[in-house]
Design a protein around this ligand. Structure first.
Ligand SMILES: [Zn+2]
Length: 803
């Protein structure tokens, strides 16, 4: 590129030490206009990665390499309870409570197959520092109390805590969560596959936890694991954005790393898996899906192949390119080879290239096919691979994939900082070169040059990775009517085993602990140890965000589609779609939004004009604008899943109505102070919330919920709770709820969607400003009026539903 090359001026120097951290590498990544600084803490050895970029959405994260050591869900439970109070913030669920005291754009913790991560992001610096302090303390100073362990992990308790005579059952947030997750057959396939394709390493354990083995975990095992694996030497810290990183370094060094020495972390290292000399095969059962297709088609088949090492940056990049060529879109090789013959329900959900483990792996498979067609799948798979090796890919196709990757570099979303972390974390966790991984343009250039030197380059990769690869696992899965029953029996057996050894003292302790936990859960805690933003900190919006989102979804919709394809032939459906198309797609019926740079405008408009010329012009269809409100309705859909989803909805008022901001504040308040406490903490559902959509629907939801009617009663009881709250509804509660609302309304908007709200739902930037100001200024008295107006009487139009 021509031009004057300036000597780069960096904020920090290689070799210099800043608050105990030595700066080791400084690199520019021009395609993303960022400078990467990698540093290391001198006494503990902790790596610190700072990305300096002119972006207000700052990100902070701490993660540890945490391979599972059994199937008890240890790392998963640890992730949950590390978030359940720490030395500096000794209250239950500070993370959740912060959701109401912050305007963060991301607040999350997760445990994957081999790492545990705490991540937060905010565009407000006061808020960012608040979150950072809480996240650091959760990582380096969690309380890990026994009572938190029993609440989030597992415990034996009376079904009705107050009734000594009621049945003893196993309860726990993670315990229920894992039962819920494996209600999904795709998750069963992925679980069994991972276990079998990497049998000699930590990956054959289920990091989330097997519900049958979770009750084997002891609190002391968990504390011991924490002390070993959550040591600073085994951790990595990430900072991104425009805020001063020196404030972070100083705080970390002073509060957490002073007086800490480095330890050898070889114990958490995961080596590459030894390669097999022969392919393997397994068959596994799964749940019969009563909403699924016909019984004899409830089968899946997948082929899994172990690919290059996670730390091979160019290798994983090229596998990403191959994945696009092999499975993405109707032009791709496996689509043509496996889907076009049309004997299955398409690729299964686990088809793709997976980079979460030390060895990467590729999966391709079909769902909803007959057992007799397994052999056909294998044949077509072989044929497709051979065809690619012999004939290669269309040069045009390769070029379009690479071009799309170049385009993606230019289209950065509003959460770029988090995206950088998520694409780097696994590579970093295994000690790979995280900066080389960001140089996408270099990776593309290298591949182009390999292709120039050898036009069979990609075919040869396919030969090496797919044909000659003996680390190959074929997994088949079939629905089994007794799966659910077998699972119930097995959980009962685990429980019986536990109960067998209990004496009367133990039983008394179970009863007392149940009461104690309930009491703790009901305790109103003083949240003042947590930092909180003031309204001054959030007075000005940074940028107008997007509010519009809508989906076509729902069980009725699935049912309708299922019946529809039964009732009509493909030809009939085609003709119907054509008829609808010819009525819908014509000039008078169309509105268009174009988002482009100024330079591109004439070209875009020219293409648009040409497109328009080809559209038919018909009479404009009549717009029906009457609102049809249905009578109260109750639905229950029986599904073969272990936990329920409950919902109640009623029509309140739409976005532009003056009460909408107040209702939104109220929804936040109900979620944080009422639903979360009762439906999640006391009754054991995984999640619950209240919200109001821009369309005016006010909904209550719960998911992965062990109850149903009980939860609907809780939804109905919200007015009584609000009344009972009385004077306890104070300024602080209101402020928390408002900050929660701001989090939603200030959500950053990607550049490509600028203006879409106005286009789609006619909400102008002025409307948005008014809305935001109204949400911030709602008073307690106004809220009380809204409560009486919308919640005192059962609404005329509402629906309740249980899945
Ligand atoms: Zn979880």
């Amino acid at each position: 590129m021509p031009g004057v090359v300036m000597a780069p001026s960096y904020k920090y120097k290689e070799g210099e030490v800043y608050h105990g951290f030595q700066c080791q590498r400084i690199e520019d990544v021009s395609e993303f206009e960022l400078v990467s600084y990698t540093m290391r803490h001198l006494s503990t050895g902790t790596e610190f990665w700072y990305i300096d970029r002119n972006d207000a959405n700052n990100v902070f994260s701490v993660h540890f390499r945490t391979p599972p050591i059994n199937n008890t869900g240890l790392t998963h439970i640890l992730e949950h309870i590390a978030m359940d109070g720490s030395n500096k913030f000794p209250i239950r669920d500070p993370f959740l409570k912060m959701l109401n005291r912050s305007v963060g754009t991301n607040q999350n913790a997760m445990s994957t197959t081999d790492l545990t991560n705490f991540i937060c992001a905010s565009r407000n610096e006061v808020d960012f520092r608040n979150l950072q302090r809480i996240y650091l303390d959760s990582a380096f100073g969690p309380l890990l109390t026994y009572s938190n362990f029993t609440q989030d992990g597992w415990r034996i308790e009376h079904k009705d805590v107050h009734d000594r005579q009621s049945e003893l059952v196993i309860k726990g947030v993670v315990y229920n969560e894992m039962i819920g997750i494996f209600s999904d057959n795709s998750r069963i396939l992925r679980r069994d596959l991972l276990k079998c394709i990497l049998p000699d390493t930590a990956y054959h354990y289920m990091n989330g936890g097997d519900p049958l083995e979770i009750p084997d975990l002891e609190h002391s095992d968990l504390v011991q694991y924490y002390n070993k694996y959550f040591h600073p030497s085994n951790g990595r810290i990430f900072c991104y954005g425009s805020f001063d990183p020196m404030k972070s370094l100083e705080y970390i060094d002073k509060e957490y790393f002073a007086n800490k020495d480095a330890i050898d972390t070889a114990f958490s290292h995961i080596p590459p898996h030894p390669r097999w000399s022969e392919p393997r095969q397994i068959h596994v059962p799964c749940r019969l899906d009563i909403l699924g297709g016909s019984r004899e088609k409830q089968n899946q088949i997948s082929i899994a192949l172990l690919m290059c090492d996670r730390t091979d940056v160019q290798g994983t990049f090229e596998m990403n390119v191959l994945t696009e060529l092999l499975i993405r879109g109707p032009n791709s090789a496996f689509y043509k080879g496996l889907i076009e013959p049309n004997f299955s329900g398409g690729f299964n959900k686990n088809t793709g290239y997976f980079l979460r483990c030390r060895d990467t792996y590729f999966l391709v498979g079909l769902q909803d096919l007959k057992v007799e067609d397994f052999a056909r799948f294998n044949e077509l798979y072989e044929q497709t691979v051979l065809k690619i090796i012999n004939e290669g890919f269309e040069p045009h196709h390769v070029e379009s994939v690479l071009h799309n990757m170049e385009l993606a570099v230019k289209h950065q979303g509003p959460d770029f900082g988090c995206a950088v972390f998520y694409t780097s974390m696994s590579l970093w966790n295994h000690g790979g070169d995280i900066v080389a991984n960001l140089r996408v343009m270099d990776n593309i250039a290298k591949l182009r040059s390999s292709l120039k030197q050898n036009k069979h380059y990609l075919q040869q990769k396919v030969e090496e990775y797919f044909l000659k690869n003996t680390h190959k696992l074929t997994i088949t899965m079939s629905a089994d009517e007794s799966y659910e029953q077998n699972f119930q029996k097995a959980t009962q057996k685990v429980l019986n085993q536990k109960l067998k050894n209990l004496d009367s003292d133990d039983l008394e302790a179970i009863y007392q602990n149940g009461l104690k936990l309930k009491e703790e859960q009901n305790l109103i805690e003083d949240v003042n140890c947590l930092p909180c933003l003031t309204l001054q900190d959030v007075q000005e919006p940074l940028k107008i965000p997007k509010i519009w989102d809508e989906l076509i979804q729902g069980v009725d919709h699935i049912d309708f589609m299922k019946n529809y394809i039964q009732e009509y032939s493909i030809e009939e459906i085609r003709d119907k779609l054509c008829a609808i198309g010819s009525r819908v797609f014509h000039k008078a019926n169309m509105r268009v939004a174009i988002n482009s740079s100024e330079a591109q405008q004439p070209i875009v408009l020219e293409h648009y004009q040409r497109y328009l010329d080809r559209l038919p012009s018909l009479e404009k269809m009549k717009n029906k604008t009457d609102l049809h409100l249905l009578k109260p309705s109750y639905h229950q859909y029986e599904m073969n899943i272990a936990l329920n989803y409950c919902s109640k909805a009623f029509y309140a008022v739409p976005y532009l109505h003056e009460d909408h901001p107040g209702l939104r504040v109220l929804a936040k308040l109900l979620t944080a102070k009422y639903l979360w406490r009762v439906v999640r903490e006391q009754n054991g559902a995984y999640g619950t919330n209240a919200r109001i959509g821009y369309d005016g629907l006010f909904t209550f939801n719960s998911y992965r919920d062990p109850h149903s009617t009980k939860t609907l009663e809780v939804f109905d009881g919200c007015y009584d709770w609000l009344k009972e709250l009385g004077d306890k509804l104070d300024e602080e509660m209101l402020l928390e709820a408002k900050l929660g609302v701001l989090q939603l309304v200030d959500w950053p908007i990607p550049p490509g969607e600028t203006g879409l709200d106005y286009f789609n739902v006619r909400v102008s930037p002025q409307d948005y400003r008014k809305y935001r100001a109204r949400a911030l200024s709602v008073t307690i008295d106004e809220l009380r009026v809204i409560i009486d107006k919308y919640f005192k009487q059962e609404p005329k139009h509402f629906g309740k539903c249980i899945l």
